[in-house]
Design a protein around this ligand. Structure first.
Ligand code: C2E
Ligand code: CA
Ligand code: CA
Ligand code: CA
Length: 275
């Protein structure tokens, strides 16, 4: 079948063919990478904006493909979701991240991203707790980050999964807040411990008054729901000062620390403690 482009031009068949076969090649490579366990994670520090202390790390998936190139998670995570590979990938990465985090100081938390499709998996709490038990990592130190979009397709099931994880002590963060379906009427049903303000809001802060008002409102909403707030994507001191003055709890971004391999975490922490 012929597709039509945005200007109603008939797309060239060869172009579509090439796109389909690129995707198929990447999916094959992804499958092999998961089989071999060669997808890993980098860890990015989360900093307490009051004390300046590092209080945890977010695991971010990293894949170097067979040509030695890094494929961004924004590419391979959706591919894993579509090809039914997200659960095996998740289990592998979570196990690895918990093993890494076990050797960090005891007050360090581990944050881990969930895909929206995983909120349709009834077995998710059992899988998570199974891995924590196996590795010997305390549930209280794990925080799962879910996006607003994860709450839309089956809100009852999503609420059930979140409650069941919470009851085991796992923390829940609402990720990319303000960028997805901000379904305020539904928001009250879900219990989360933290709200993460997406980096797209940060880039505009200090330059756009209306944007700042929106950020203030998000911080206020978060506070009134007794959730902590993290702001992501802090790249300079002006942005840092802004969110400190707004009373935001935690910060994350290149200024505070880039995502790093597990081997570098201990050095990063000891360097930081000396300053
Ligand atoms: P996210 O959860 O919103 O993660 C934050 C992203 O912002 C990361 O991109 C991080 O490297 C980047 N970042 C951190 N600080 C800064 C900064 O100061 N400036 C800028 N410009 N960017 C910053 P990354 O690692 O490419 O991940 C992209 C997205 O892929 C993540 O967005 C998350 O949605 C998804 N992802 C990553 N790892 C996993 C995973 O293990 N599972 C799932 N389901 N999704 C993942
Ligand atoms: Ca995240
Ligand atoms: Ca984000
Ligand atoms: Ca995200």
């Amino acid at each position: 079948a012929k597709g039509r482009g945005p200007n109603n031009h008939v797309l060239f068949e060869p172009e579509m063919q090439a796109k389909v076969s690129r995707r198929a090649k990447l999916e094959g490579e992804l499958r092999r990478a998961i089989d071999k366990g060669s997808i890993g994670a980098f860890y990015q520090p989360l900093v307490d904006l009051r004390s300046g202390d590092v209080c945890g790390f977010e695991a971010l998936a990293r894949w170097k493909n067979e040509d030695g190139e890094f494929v961004p998670p924004n590419v391979f995570i959706p591919l894993a979701e579509e090809s039914g590979l997200i659960t095996p990938l998740f289990q592998q990465l979570l196990r690895e991240a918990c093993e890494a985090a076990r050797s960090w100081p005891e007050d360090m938390g581990l944050s881990f991203n969930l895909s929206p499709v995983q909120m349709e998996d009834r077995m998710l709490p059992t899988r998570v707790i199974g891995i924590l038990d196996e590795v010997g990592f305390p549930p209280e130190r794990l925080e799962l980050e879910i996006t607003e979009n994860a709450l839309v397709s089956d809100p009852d099931l999503a609420a059930h999964i979140m409650d069941s994880l919470s009851s085991r002590g796992v923390q829940i963060a609402l990720d990319d807040f303000g960028t997805g379906y901000s379904n305020f009427s539904q928001l009250a049903r879900f219990r989360f411990d933290k709200i993460k303000i997406d980096k797209s809001f940060v880039a505009a802060c200090g330059t756009d008054e209306r944007q700042e008002k929106v950020i203030q409102a998000m911080l206020g909403l978060s506070r009134s729901l007794h959730a902590k707030t993290t702001v992501e994507g802090i790249e300079d001191h002006r942005q840092l000062a802004h969110f400190v003055s707004q009373g935001c709890d935690l910060g994350q971004g290149y200024l505070l620390g880039r995502p790093m391999p597990a081997e570098d975490v201990v050095t990063y922490l000891s360097d930081r403690r000396q300053v």
